[in-house]
Every structure is written in C-alpha cells, then in structure tokens.
Design a protein around this ligand. Sequence first.
Ligand code: ASP
Length: 330
Amino acid sequence: MTLPHIAVLSLGGTISSTRSGSGPGVTPTLTGEMLVESVPEIAEVAEVSAAAFRQLPSPEITIDDLVELAAEISHRVDEGAAGVVVTQGTDTIEESSFVLDLLLDLDAPVVVTGAMRNPTLPGADGPANLLASVQVAASEAARGLGAVVVLNDEIHAARYVRKTHTQSTATFKSPPVGPLGWVSEGTPRVAVRLVERHHVDLPAGSQDQPVALLAGALGDDGRLFPAVKELGYTGLVVEATGGGHMPSATVGPLADLAGEIPVVLASRTGSGEVLRRTYGFPGSETDLLSRGLIAAGPLDGRKARLLLSLLLRSGAKKDEISRTFDRWLR
Ligand code: ASP
C-alpha cells in the first residue's frame, strides 16, 4: 500500500524547544526532521518529508514570513504532497493559521499544530499533536476545509480558533462554533464545515502594511488615536467594549482617523458579532459606524487586523475593504 506524501514545515515554538546553553528556560532547537523522527507511528500513516522553515518563538513570526510560507506550501502541494503540516509556537497559531487560510486556495489540508508542554516535560503533548496533525493532513475528510489547527485531538477552523489559556493543553477553543471535528483512535472525523471560504490575492512583491491593534477600556480618552497615523500605521483595529462601544471622548479622534486610514471596529469580548443598529448613545456602534468605522463582523480584533493588513497589501481601498468585511456576514 502506498502511503500519502505529507510535508512537515517547522517554525519553532514549544514543540521544538529544549534547554540549550546556560540561560534560563527552553528555546526552539529541534528541527522538523527531528520532531518527525521522534514519533515512529507517523511512518505508519504517511511518507513524510520534513524541513525547518524558521526556528523562532512564535511572536517573532511576521506576515512576510507567512506570505513566504504560503508560497512554500503551494509549492509542496504542486510537487505532490497530499497535505501539509506546519509546526510552530501556540502563542500566535490563531494568527498564522488565519493568514494561511486567507492566502491559500487549496483542497489539500493545511494543518497548523504546536505543543503546550515542551519535550523536556512529563506529558509533553507535541508528539501526539504532530501524529494527529499528520493523520488529519493525510485524510480525505479534511480536504477543502482550508487551514485548520489541530491540538488535543481537536480540529479547529483557522477563522475562529483562539488560544484561551496560558498553559492548559485544552487551550484552543473556537467560539461561537466549536471545533470542526476531532481525531478518534487515529481517525479524523469532520462534523462541521464552514459554508464559505475567503481569500485575499496578493500581487507579486507586495509590501507589508502595518495595522495597529488597540483595545478600548473604561474611561479611555482616546489620546493615543491621533498618533496612529503619525507613527506610520496604514490601518487600525479597535477592540471596543461589548458590542462595539467606546467612551464618548474617543469618538472625535476615531472619526478623524477614519477619515484618513481604514479603522475597523471589533469587540474585545472574544465572541459574537459587532452590533450595527442596536444602541444610539455617543460612542455606540451606530455612532462609530456612521463616522466611517468599518464593522469587523464576527472576526475578533486579531483576525480583523490580519485581514485588514492583507487587504491593504493587496491594494484594496476603503470601499473594497468595507465590502470584504461585510461579506463575512453572509
Ligand atoms: N508558548 C509558546 C509555544 O507554545 C511559545 C511560542 O509561541 O513560541 O510554543
């Protein structure tokens, strides 16, 4: 029986971190090849070719790295890989998987995984997560799902997944939909499929577009907002309180900024859509949207920031950006 070919690309993170040198704590040291060799069961599931793409703690990964990674993944699939597994730090998995989901238009599964307990700890979860990820990447069931995150035997859509706990191995959740599926005795099960996939096409040689992410809070007077454009940001996402509300003192500075660069209104709550027509007080969602802010819909601030940055990078102007965010609501 011929086994499917799966490419594993490693970027660093806890799954690859060991003690090296005399400094405190663990740092990324193991390569993709070493990770795959440490799990002999993988050879029963797939023929794997592994390569180290980066060796970083995950907050160091940039959007430019991910644009390059997306091209490498497409190349591996063109060369015959049935699926691709990316290993990286869990801190930013919800962001990198979403960028890959937006940039790639493949049927082949693209699975991003990591670990919460590094290989030097009892109960390290990296080996089990890597095996489950290869099983998902090699499965027919996961084709056409877009980029997914597999940890703790759960399959999560990149669009909704978020890290919700600093240390738990069950840290990944996908409010409000829940996981798309799970892995049972080595078999991936897909119970839910998102109705639509979304993509952003980037022209060759596109330049990074810095988008700021700021959270609203009780009593904020908005004095930071005028600095956003001066500092060179080309867009802003505000994680407002509740359904999309800011203190009234911030409305003027936010409206001025929205006249100059796209400003997206998201919610800091972590789940649910930004409101559009419920409240009418100064600083409410109706007030802010009437002043040119763009509703993030069901995307949280971190995902909205990445979508905005990629849209700006694709050359989209404010109208097209608004229409794209609106399309997420269909
Ligand atoms: N704690 C992180 C991890 O899970 C560190 C990182 O994100 O690189 O890998």
